[in-house]
Design a protein around this ligand. Sequence first.
Ligand code: SF4
Length: 450
Amino acid sequence: MILPALAEAESPFWRPVKYSLFPPLGLATLAAYLSPSDEIDLQDQHVETLRLDDTPDLVIIQVYITNAYRAYRIADLYRSRGAYVLLGGLHVTSLPEEAMMHADSIFLGPAEDTFPQFLDDFKHHRPRKIYRSAVRTLVGAPPVRRDLIKRERYLVPNSLVVTRGCPHHCHFCYKDAFFEGGKSFYTQKVDDALAEIERLPGRHLYFLDDHLLGNPNFATALFDGMKGMKRVFQAAATVSSILDGDVINKAAEAGLRSVFVGFETFSPENLRQSNKKQNLERDYVKAVQRLHDLGIMINGSFVFGLDNDDRDVFRRTVDWGVQNGITTSTYHLLTPYPGTPLYRSMEQQGRILTKNWDMYDTRHIVYRTQNLTQEELQRGYDWAYREFYSWKNIFHSSFVHPSFSRKIQHLLYTGGWKKFEPLWNMLIKAHRLNRMLPVLESILETNSRG
Ligand code: SF4
């Protein structure tokens, strides 16, 4: 089982630590369907050098858009050696014809129903070329094969996913393309999710769910069950799920200490263009205040390059983040991923500039811009990152928080994440990254003590 490195992970401009956060959970999830007697080797090129000199019966490769070419080269190599090669993942589902040329079988959509079916077909020497997911359920899914994960190489090995998909339909998001042909949002049984949490060692958890609060009933039951487990965790949620009801309070009581929030844009026109209805007319500042009152840090996500953006969008976005004490900001250049409504509309308008998938990393401009020139957009994006993470602004945003401990927490989290690259690189090289987990836990915990 191979997760090839994303093209950007090897660029000198990118930060190795960003690619050593989470283990390849999708492959470890599929491995659970294999027999305990099968010999499995799970390799993640982000944290190890791939060993490709073996002769396995079966090779399973997870394909994202920016590792697609690399994945295809590895697939071709193993096929030339006689191995049976499976390709699956977001990019394969978006562009099956392209992937098919490099695989014996491809998987479209989530593979919880189709992978066991394939294994049976493979055993009986009648595997199909295409497996398209139709039955969407996590009921009865076996426990993730975490024994295959090299925990010491990841900063947060306790990543988990207890739901699939998201109830919303933003036009730039891959989600609908991946889940086409069936349910696009479903959850584990609460007891199964709690059992998975119990199996994880230590205290820290990172939920990689697109929207952990997407089903309020499920989320409420999950957080009620987690109360008293003494966990600290990080997750993602939408602005509306933070403002509505009291699920976010329950999350905080259960140990939520940091949340990824898709603010994306302040412009109602941009939100409409993106079909991000759930953010329309929602008070972002109120959402931020509510999170801060609950002791939850914020990783804000913002998109630049939507059609209504002007030259001031970069300064407005950075200033807003600093003035509101946003802990970390993730900026993206708008990227029309194949298979999404955004891609279709850009293609219809003749605005797609390149189909070199390596460029689709949210850091390169791959479409013809509208209000801004390409240079303005690229320069503004680079400036926003530099400016938000300048020491001046890190101090400024830390001091927005009322209490001393919260100020220090913000300073340590943001400074530690962005300003200590040589330390991160040294730990990665020594395969000791996981040693920093207690430090992360302790910083997250400052909130509950402050
Ligand atoms: S809310 Fe997030 S995960 Fe859900 S559809 Fe929109 S971008 Fe995708």
